[in-house]
Write a protein that binds this ligand. Structure first.
Ligand SMILES: [Zn+2]
Length: 260
């Protein structure tokens, strides 16, 4: 018996971390060109990605920093209108693990109030840079999230225990190899090279009936050749006929039902 809903052999969650210029405005305040790279997302990438997902009738999860929601509300509303899930992703893309307890609390409050203005109460949380501390797990519970997506210790979703105690949170694990940022930004790889790395990983996950969580950034993946490559990979997946494409919330709800 497989883990996934009837008829599905494995699960794919496509997620986009919609950082826009939140990180660079704070990290490189004088470098206005570097900041402009993030604006490629609201200007060009988001409409292009939404159009591609519509064509495939796929729903994705967008982790949105509060800054992006405040600065580009129409763009985030557009994502919501297309039926995608919105998760939380800090306010200005902070390195949460390095903040004081008080400042971290303020970040969660501002992040949630920015999303609330757009009518969103997120169930999912993903830390900027996947950087959290022990304490952040308490925060994620305190602020009422149902799932987290930061750890790298599995390729199946699971109920998150921490220091021997259940947290009540579902964990949707991630991995740097399944992230477009190292591919395109850190290592300046081509779309073909990214495909070469992701495709066999997907084939293995399909063979063993496990979970494929892909993390993309609109400003990176929204370039034409890269989005074409992502579409090719999604088409390969669709052709299997037994892949469950699910939002983070759907995966979390299913996992809770099976394991909690
Ligand atoms: Zn991010």
């Amino acid at each position: 018996m497989g883990f996934w809903p009837k008829g599905y052999k494995c699960c794919v969650n496509l997620s986009f971390d919609y950082d826009s210029d939140s990180a660079t405005i704070w990290r490189t305040p004088l470098d206005i060109v570097n900041q402009s790279r993030g604006r490629f997302a609201p200007n060009v990438a988001i409409p292009r990605i939404l159009e591609m997902l519509d064509r495939h009738e796929l729903k994705a999860t967008f982790f949105v920093p509060g800054w992006t929601a405040d600065r580009y509300p129409d763009s985030v509303k557009d994502i919501i209108k297309h039926g995608h899930e919105i998760g939380a992703h800090g306010y200005t893309h902070e390195r949460l693990g390095e903040l004081s307890w008080e400042i971290e609390e303020g970040v969660f409050e501002r992040s949630l109030s920015a999303l609330k203005k757009l009518g969103v109460k997120p169930e999912g949380f993903r830390a900027p840079y996947w950087l959290i501390s022990d304490r952040t797990i308490e925060r994620i519970k305190q602020f009422g999230f149902s799932y987290d997506s930061d750890f790298m210790d599995n390729d199946m979703p699971y109920m998150l225990e921490w220091r021997g105690n259940p947290t009540g949170l579902v964990e949707l694990p991630v991995e740097w190899m399944l992230d477009d940022w190292p591919q395109y930004d850190t290592y300046k790889r081509s779309p073909e090279e990214a495909y070469k790395e992701w495709k066999p990983e997907f084939e293995g996950i399909h063979r063993l009936g496990r979970y494929f969580g892909l993390t993309c950034h609109p400003q990176a993946t929204g370039r034409i050749s890269r989005l074409d490559m992502l579409e090719k990979l999604l088409t390969d997946m669709e052709e299997k006929g037994d892949v469950w494409f699910a939002t983070g919330k759907e995966v979390a709800d299913w996992t809770r039902k099976k394991l909690a």
